[in-house]
Design a binder for this molecule. Structure first.
Ligand SMILES: Nc1ncnc2c1ncn2[C@@H]1O[C@H](COP(=O)(O)OP(=O)(O)OP(=O)(O)O)[C@@H](O)[C@H]1O
Ligand SMILES: [Mg+2]
Length: 264
């Protein structure tokens, strides 16, 4: 496997075609993205002038210390939160130009999000949680064969009638994964999707995400603290203090561990 660790000013260099911040075949991209929370002395710059693109059929891991801005990057890229300055594009659409209603339509039709804290609806069964994005899309029918495939692969088929409070943390996480995948979105943002899973279940989920990229042409952006999980990806980007501080294409587990040690 070829490995390419890039320096901060080299993020995006060395790609096989145009740099990743140009429209090209990017399905999502950030340009000069800055996000500040709070004001004055209390202000926190969670994202600091980040420019990065995510291509069709590409599986990217986002790594970096706690508080480095990984979730903020995913929230702003997917329009769940708005940038303080800069631009977040999904396809050709600058999400900052959309109304809240237009944004939610875009998100429902093109994006799936697996939240770090799952965000399941407590009063709904696992099945109802999974099919919620399809049910909200008037006129759409649940693809029962795909639902069965997803729940079988994720090992939650026998928990479909249970509510989230009746599920283990790992089962809730897998329900959240199925909910993000069921509408077959162009891009899936997964915020630590294996965080609550044992290594066997985690390996099966990662293999399935890999397959979704390779067979369905989906784009997946996944935050992870796990070097083994990141090694399933086509590239790994590293974030520190809200900035992109490195990018590696097809890194090995050892490459990733070395970079994490360098950053901590
Ligand atoms: N709503 C908010 N209000 C104020 N500060 C926030 C808010 N959300 C995030 N932050 C701050 O922004 C910074 C980046 O947070 P973020 O959640 O993106 O980190 P992260 O890399 O995802 O961390 P973790 O690995 O712990 O999930 C942190 O300093 C955090 O405290
Ligand atoms: Mg986070």
């Amino acid at each position: 496997m070829s490995t390419e660790l890039l320096q901060p000013d080299g993020v995006g260099k060395g790609r096989s075609d145009a740099s990743s911040d140009t429209p090209g075949d990017n399905v999502a991209r950030l340009v000069g993205a800055t996000k500040t929370f709070g004001e004055g002395d209390a202000a926190v710059t969670a994202l600091d002038d980040v420019t990065i693109g995510f291509r069709r059929r590409e599986f990217t891991a986002v790594m970096g210390p706690s508080g480095s801005g990984k979730s903020t990057l995913m929230y702003c890229q997917s329009g769940l939160d708005r940038l303080t300055s800069g631009h977040a594009y999904v396809g050709d659409v600058d999400v900052s130009t959309l109304t809240d209603q237009e944004l939610s339509v875009l998100r429902r039709s093109k994006l799936g999000f697996i939240f770090q804290s799952f965000h399941l609806v407590p009063a709904l069964s696992a099945r109802e949680n999974i099919t919620l994005p399809v049910d909200l899309d008037s006129g759409a029918d649940v693809d029962e064969a795909f639902l069965t495939e997803l729940t079988d692969v994720l090992g939650i088929a026998n928990r479909m009638e249970n509510r989230p409070s009746q599920l283990s943390g790992g089962q809730r996480q897998r329900v959240a994964v199925a909910r993000a995948m069921i509408p077959r979105p162009d891009v899936i943002f997964a915020d630590e999707p294996t965080g609550a899973l044992d290594s066997k279940t985690s390996g099966e989920l990662l293999a399935y995400l890999r397959k979704a990229v390779d067979d369905l042409g989906q784009t997946i952006v996944m935050v992870t603290h796990d070097a083994v999980a990141a090694s399933h990806c086509d590239r790994v980007i590293y974030v520190q203090d809200g900035r992109l501080v490195g990018e590696a294409l097809h890194p090995t587990v050892d490459d990733i561990l070395d970079k994490i040690r360098e950053l901590s």
